[in-house]
Write a protein of this length. Structure first.
Length: 485
C-alpha cells in the first residue's frame, strides 16, 4: 500500500510545484485529496550543503593510455606524467635473418603519438617547448598496479640511464612534404646502447629458451621507465601499443640478379596490452588548492584534487521526520567559474561523477557505471543549438554531453534516491559525496544515450566550482499522507 501511495504522491508533485512556485518561503506548498480517504501534503524544505576541495592522490587507471612530459598551470600547479612498461615477446621469437658477422647495427626506443580528429597533435600545452626524455632500465620485476602513484625507484636504479634525447612535440625539422604524407607518424626516438641490442641477439643464439614465454623474456628484459628530465610546458598523449624498441641490423643475401648483396632488417618489440604498463602522475604546488576558499572549490585531473560535498542529512532527517514522509525530489546542479582566457588554460572535464566518498575505490575497480541511485553522471541541462534556440534536458539519457557551457552548469538531476537510502541507513551521519572528473563512454539507441563505461579523466582538465551561498542551497521536496479517520 505504501508503494501505491508513493506513486500517487509523485503524480501530485507537478500540481504542488506550480502552486508553490511563487513563494520560496513556503514550507507546506499545497494539499490535495487523492484518494478521498487520504490527504496528501507536499512540502519544500531548504538546506545548505558544504563544499570543500580534497586531494585525490592517485586514481585507478586500468588502461594502456600513457602521457609523457610536464606542464605548469598558474591555477592548478605542475603536472608531471611518465610511465614504466614491459615489452611483448612472441613465443619462440628468433631474428628473421642472421646479422652480418653476428653484429647488431643499432637499437632505438620509439614513442609514437598521433593526430586527433581535428588534425592537431595528441599533445597538451606548448608543442614547440623544448623537452628532454630519459629512459632508465627496469631491474626488478614490475608488479601489477593500476593506481597512478607508484614509485619508479622501486623498480629502477636511477643512476644508470639507457639513453636520452631532446625533442619538441611538433618537430620543426620535419619538412612539410614528409609531415603531410600518409606514412609519417610523429615520434620521439631515443638511441639505446648498442650492447643492449647485441645482448638480445646473443641471447637468441645462446639461450633460445629465454624467448619461449613472456615470463622468461620479462626475466631477461624487465622493461623500461620513460620520464621527462628537462623542460616544462608540454604533455604528449599516447598508448602502450605505440611504445616500441627497434633492433636494426644488416645481413647478406642474393640480389635480384643473383649477386651477393647487403640488406637491412629490423626486429620490433612493442609494449602491448598483454604486458604491464604503469602510468604515474605527480602533481605539485596543489596544497593551496586545499585551503578554504569563500568563492569556489577545485577539480583537477588527472589525479590532483576533487570537490567534496556534504549534505546535512542529520538535519534533513530531523526536520522531515523521514519515517512519515516520502522524499520525492532533490535536484543538484553545480555551476562553475569561467575558464581563464590565456594560452593553454585547463578546460572543464567532459563529465563529472557524483557518488558517496566511501564507494570510490570499489566503483572504479569494479568497472561500474552510474545507477542513478547511488551514483550519478552529470549531463547538459540547457544548451543552445545552431539556430540560437535554447533547449533543456532532464537526464543523461537525453544527451551525450556532460555539462552546459551556455549556463556553465553540470546537472545531476534528481538525486533523492541517494538521499533517501542514506537517511534510512545512516540517519545520524551526514552524507559525504565526491565530485570526480570522468570520461563517459556511451552508445545511443532511438535518441537515448546509455553509458557503457566510466573511467577517470587521465588528461589535463580543471574546474572551479562556485560556492556562492545561494548556489549551495538545496531544496528537498517531500510529501506526506495524512489519513482521515
Amino acid at each position: 500500500m505504501k508503494g501505491i501511495k508513493k506513486h500517487i504522491a509523485l503524480c501530485c508533485l507537478l500540481t504542488a510545484l506550480i502552486s508553490g512556485a511563487c513563494d520560496d518561503n513556503l514550507t507546506k506548498v499545497g494539499t490535495t485529496v487523492l484518494p478521498p480517504d487520504d490527504l496528501i501534503t507536499v512540502y519544500t524544505d531548504t538546506f545548505r550543503i558544504k563544499a570543500s576541495t580534497v586531494k585525490l592522490d592517485s586514481v585507478f587507471a586500468k588502461t594502456t593510455t600513457c602521457m609523457l612530459g610536464e606542464m605548469y598551470d598558474p591555477d592548478y600547479g605542475t603536472l608531471k606524467a611518465d610511465f614504466l612498461c614491459q615489452f611483448y615477446c612472441k613465443e619462440g621469437f628468433r631474428f628473421a635473418e642472421t646479422p652480418y658477422n653476428g653484429k647488431i647495427d643499432s637499437i632505438d626506443l620509439y614513442i609514437f603519438y598521433m593526430y586527433n580528429t581535428y588534425g592537431g597533435l595528441m599533445a597538451y600545452g606548448d608543442t614547440i617547448a623544448p623537452m628532454q626524455v630519459t629512459v632508465f632500465p627496469v631491474n626488478r620485476p614490475l608488479t601489477r598496479n593500476f593506481y597512478t602513484n607508484d614509485d619508479p625507484e622501486k623498480y629502477c636504479t636511477m643512476n644508470n640511464p639507457l639513453g636520452s634525447c631532446t625533442y619538441t612535440a611538433y618537430d620543426m625539422a620535419i619538412p612539410d612534404s614528409v609531415r603531410n604524407s600518409d606514412y609519417y607518424i610523429p615520434n620521439i626516438r631515443v638511441k639505446l646502447p648498442l650492447e643492449l641490442g647485441q645482448r638480445f641477439y646473443d641471447e637468441t643464439v645462446n639461450n633460445p629458451s629465454t624467448f619461449d614465454s613472456q615470463s622468461s623474456f620479462n626475466g631477461f628484459f624487465p622493461g623500461v621507465y620513460i620520464t621527462n628530465t628537462f623542460g616544462s610546458g608540454n604533455l604528449i598523449l599516447t598508448s602502450g601499443e605505440n611504445i616500441a624498441i627497434r633492433i636494426s641490423y644488416s645481413y647478406t643475401g642474393k640480389g635480384s640478379e643473383g649477386q651477393d648483396s647487403l640488406f637491412y632488417g629490423a626486429q620490433w618489440f612493442y609494449s602491448a596490452k598483454d604486458v604491464y604498463q604503469i602510468t604515474r602522475f605527480k602533481n605539485s604546488q596543489i596544497d593551496r588548492l586545499l585551503e578554504e576558499n569563500p568563492t569556489h572549490t577545485y577539480i583537477k585531473s588527472p589525479a590532483g584534487v576533487c570537490t567534496k560535498l556534504v549534505i546535512p542529512t542529520t538535519e534533513i532527517s530531523n526536520k522531515l521526520d523521514v519515517q512519515d514522509r516520502f522524499i520525492n525530489s532533490l535536484a543538484l546542479n553545480l555551476k562553475y567559474l569561467p575558464v581563464d582566457e590565456r594560452d593553454f588554460a585547463y578546460m572543464p572535464p567532459s563529465h563529472l561523477l557524483l557518488l558517496p566518498e566511501d564507494s570510490v575505490r570499489v566503483f572504479f575497480e569494479n568497472a561500474s557505471i552510474e545507477d542513478n541511485a547511488t551514483s550519478y553522471v552529470s549531463f547538459l541541462n540547457m544548451g543552445v543549438n545552431a539556430y540560437g534556440t535554447t533547449y533543456q534536458c532532464t537526464s543523461s539519457y537525453e544527451t551525450p554531453d556532460g555539462y552546459s557551457s551556455y549556463t556553465r552548469t553540470y546537472a545531476f538531476g534528481n538525486i533523492s534516491r541517494l538521499l533517501e537510502t542514506h537517511v534510512k541507513n545512516s540517519p545520524d551521519k551526514d552524507l559525504s559525496l565526491l565530485v570526480i572528473p570522468i570520461v563517459r563512454e556511451a552508445t545511443s539507441s532511438n535518441s537515448y544515450y546509455y553509458t557503457t563505461g566510466i573511467t577517470h579523466t587521465l588528461t589535463p582538465s580543471g574546474l572551479k566550482i562556485r560556492t556562492d551561498e545561494e548556489l549551495m542551497k538545496i531544496v528537498v521536496l517531500s510529501s506526506k499522507f495524512e489519513g482521515k479517520k
